[in-house]
Structure formats: C-alpha cells, structure tokens
Design a protein around this ligand. Sequence first.
Ligand code: AMP
Length: 586
Amino acid sequence: MKFSLIADTLGYMENTTKRLELTQHLVDLFKITPSDIISKVIYLLQGKLRPDHEGVEIGIAEKIAIKALSKSSGISVKKIEDEYRDTGDFGQVASKILEQKTQTTFLSQNITVERVYDTLYKIAELKGARSQDMKMKYISSLLNDATPIEGGFIAKIITSNLRLGIADYTILDALAVAYTGSKENRPALEHAYNVCSDLGKVAKSVAENGLESLKDFQVTIFSPIRPMLAERVKSPQEAREKMGTEFVSEYKLDGERVQIHRQEEKIVLYSRSLENITNYYPDIVENIGKVLKPDEVILEAEVVAMNDDTGEFLPFQELMHRRRKYKIAQAVQEYPITVNFFDVLSMDKKSCLDLPYVQRRKLLEKNVIEDSFAKIMPMVFVKTDSEVEDSLENAINAGCEGIMLKQLNSPYRAGARASNWLKLKREYRNELGDSIDLVIVGAFYGRGRRTGRYGALLLSAYDDKSDTFPSICKVGTGFTDDSLDQFYQILSDKITIRKDPRIESGLEADVWFEPEVVIEIVASEITLSPIHKVAMDKIRKGSGLALRFPKFTGKIRFEKTSENATNIDEIVTLYNSQKRVVQDEK
Ligand code: AMP
C-alpha cells in the first residue's frame, strides 16, 4: 500500500476539526487498506508503532532527524536549523526542504506503508553506541524517496509530533463504519478495545474476520485492561440517591493505581494510563508472589507511600521519588510502600469482569494473604446517609483522601466512567467541591523572591472532542520555594519554541510548554471569562469558563497523561452544579 494514501488522509485531516469529517476521511482510508496491514496503519495514524503499554518508542532526537534531512536533501544543517527556529514545526520544515530538493532531482520510487513502518520499527529496536548513525541512515534513505508531503509526516512521526487529535473513539467509529457498515456497532469494538487496550489488534480482527470475531476478545495476561473510573459526588445524600439501597464504602487511598499481572514467577505492573511501570517497583515484583494464591491472576491495587516507623500513609507526592531510572534500590529503601488490593479482574485464566462486585470482593479476600506489605482495601457495607458520613470520617482519620462507594451488583466496566463507582472526597463539602487536574501549558516569569523561576503557570483543561487544551486559569498560589524549583526543573524539558497548536488561550505566556505535566488545583468558583477558552460559547456566546482563586494543592499528578486531565464536560458539570447550589440557597 502506498504511504501517500496515509499522508494524503493526514493532510485532509489537518484541515478540519469537525469530527464527522475526520471520521469520514478515516473510513475512506480503511476501506482501501488491505486487512493484513490495517494494524500498522492504525498505529502510524496515532504516531506510534505498537500500543503504548508495549513501550516501543521511535525515539529519535531532533538533532539526528535534522542531520538525516540534511543528508537526503543536500541542504546544510545550519539552514535547516534556522528554518526550524522560524516555523517551530519540524514536519513543515521537512516538507519545505524536500520541496526544494525535488525541484532539482528525480524522484526515485514510491514508498509503501510497509516500508515506512518496518524502517521505523528497526530504528526503535536499535540500541548501543553505533545506533545513532544507523538511525540517521535509515531515516535519510526514507526521506530520500519521500515526496514533500510524505516526508513532512514521517518527520512528525519520528520526532513524536504527530498530533492530529485522532482520538481512540474517532478511530473506533471509523472502524465500525468501514468494516461493519454502521456506527451502531461501535460498542462491540469498544468492548474488545477495553479488554486488550490495543486498537491495532481490534482493527485487524474486525477487518479480517468481521464483527463476530470481537466476541472472542478475552482478558489476557500481560495485556492491560482499560481501568474502570468513578464519578464524583458532593455529598453522602447524593451518593445514596445514586447508589440505591445497599452499597459499600471503601477507603480511597491517595497513591498510584497499579494493575498487577502475575503468571507464576513473572510479574508485570501497569499504571492507570497503561504504561509498563514494573521497573519502578522492584519490591512489588519481589514480594507479591508470596501473598497471591493463584498462579495466574490480574488484580488492581492502590500503591501508597508510608512512614515505616509510624505506619502512617504518606501523601501521593512521596511516590514520585520512585520515578527514576537509576538508584531504584535506594529509593525502595528510603520510600517504602504498601500495596492495597481493591479488585480482581481475572483469575486462573477466567475473566472476572462480569462478576458482581460482591463476588469479586469475596475472591479477593480468599486469594490474597495479607501481610505488612500487602493489604486488602478496608471496606464496610453502608445504607444510610449517616453511615456514609461515618465511613468518610473514619477514612479521613486513617489518612485517606476520601471514600469510594461501589454498587454491590455492578460488574467491572472496563474503560468506563460509570455511576456504579462514586468518589466522595473531603473537599467536596466546601467551595468548588472537588479538586481538578489541569495541564501546565505555559508560564510567566516571577518577580521579587521568584526572580529566575516561574511566578505563575498557565493551566488548561482537556477538550476530548477536539483534542485541544483550552486555558482555564493562571495560578500563582499554593507553591513552596521547593515546589517552584521543582517545576522549573521539570518544565525546562518541555519548553517549545512556539505555542503547541492544540493550546488555546487569550493570554500570551512568557514560555510555552508541551502540554504534558498535570497538576491538581482547587478553586473557589468557576466564572465566565472572555480570556479563558474552556467551554467557549457553550454557556454564553463569547465567553469561556475560568477558575476564581485557583490554588495548587501540592500534587503533581505524574500518573496522569494530559488526556486524563479534567475534561470540558466535567468542568461544565461543576459549573452547573455550583449554579444550582447558589439558586438553592436563595
Ligand atoms: P481520581 O483519580 O480522583 O479520579 O480517583 C480515582 C482513583 O482513586 C483511582 O484511579 C485509584 O487510583 C484511586 N483509588 C484509591 N482507592 C481506591 C479504591 N478503593 N477503589 C478504586 N480506586 C481507588
């Protein structure tokens, strides 16, 4: 299959933000894609080679990409660098440079999807001292044969800049239309995706064997399951109204969610965003086998840092010390943890997803042997508002951030934010009601004591419909001197020459960042704003939504990707519920 077919589709898609049109372009592409390479096409469209949890990174430094471009075009590195500085978009630069080249040389041959994919895969596998040279050779040979448009997209993919906002659900819609004739069949595809977290695999199955084949998708060991999420509630009353007569209240611990896959000696850990995080927790790998009875099992747990002397739970930030490449053994000693199991997703090769909560809980209690390292999440049955209130009080006193309320008969709804699970936190009772997770997109230099660091950060929510990051506030409070230093360091890697096109704001920051770092914010109120772009025109024409008196809580949500940040619908819900409270009070 010619790579130009993908490049053309990406080109059309760059020119529209309308979801229907985006989907139609994909449908057209899928219809002409041979089914044996559909998975490669899906990964390339998302700028990947394999699903994220397999950790296959294309990983090319910009410097190498520039050298490769210079080699295949005959244009100097310096000229390319200057061009890059001016436009800030490596894809555009590559197209432009290759344009100049095609005026003087003869195009050699069509490049195929297979060749692009296989070359990039070889590059991803290259390691060791001479690998940089080899990578450069592979890329320059690809660029040599590429048209300017193709070269532009290859350049974007290799430098991880392919951001067209092709969200998973748009691809699922397009696959449903292309291969089953109707969007109505999307739930079947979504189900398959939720249990395997691999869009390429789902696509291949439906393309080759049709809708029926999706029924065969089963929970499989070492293939992470997309996590079930909770809805937030503001009060015990609201929780009880949603939950019905009898439900349970579990501790909501403030740590990192980990999906633990065990098959005899082999243990693999996945984060909430399904990255493989096994390396950060060698102590789990070493100790968890002893406490789990089944030889093959998939469980979910909240990993929490704790004070070894007092046994107290420590705040989530302490876990950040584990996020390092070197000296992990030392971090394990200095920052001990406990593993608190709260669900079982599969046992002895049988999926538990469709079992009701109570049965999964029983299985958990039967199959985990508690010790000082591994615990089962404390849980009580509750019925009335005051019982919910009591359990919240107990949980807070035990050092939790709140409680999780779960319906007794609910299955595990992979990949869904459903009202079978509700979260109730302490802060819900005042002001905004809940903390929100926002992405750092820009910063303003500090003055006075903060000279030489950032004085305030520009934050955005995530718009999952358009894959953009509209700004919602500028925050300058809640920072300690230490946290300011830390931000300066973390963010120095994320600076971009130009504002990422997905960021939308009426404010001009001094520095712009790749939208990657997520932090937790509390605020007193959500108000209408002409400057900030969240939910623009949704509530009132010409206005977006902004936070009033935002404050950093001290938590960097390093386990969340920017796509997991609070989304527009959640902000609009918070805005509307606050309006209701104000009206109720009148
Ligand atoms: P949030 O990140 O505020 O949306 O809250 C959901 C998170 O709470 C989950 O992703 C888990 O990491 C965490 N959590 C803590 N305790 C529990 C529990 N008992 N059940 C489910 N999730 C829990």
